[in-house]
Design a protein around this ligand. Structure first.
Ligand code: F3S
Length: 81
């Protein structure tokens, strides 16, 4: 299984991820995206049945703000970059 997190430093609040993966991404007061499962810490394993949505969101983000990895991010979107 995978982990995902939004880099809110580069998110431009375009809203695509919530359309592609409504059970994964929501938006804060500033319309910046975050992962609902773990309050955008990147520590929650994404269930198998949501992985296709996650990949759609990943590929559809215009600023590459959605990160995916095999290990937890521990709150740092750039942990593996
Ligand atoms: Fe932001 Fe990308 Fe979603 S710009 S709103 S993380 S599709």
């Amino acid at each position: 299984s995978k982990f995902t997190i939004v880099d809110q430093e580069t998110c431009i609040a375009c809203g695509a991820c919530g359309l592609n993966a409504p059970n994964l991404f929501d938006y804060n007061d500033e319309a910046l995206a975050y992962v609902m499962w773990d309050n955008n810490q990147g520590t929650g394993r994404i269930p198998e049945h949501l992985q296709d949505d996650m990949m759609d969101a990943y590929e559809g983000c215009p600023t590459d703000s959605i990160k995916i990895a095999d290990s937890p991010f521990d709150g740092d979107p750039l942990k593996f970059e």
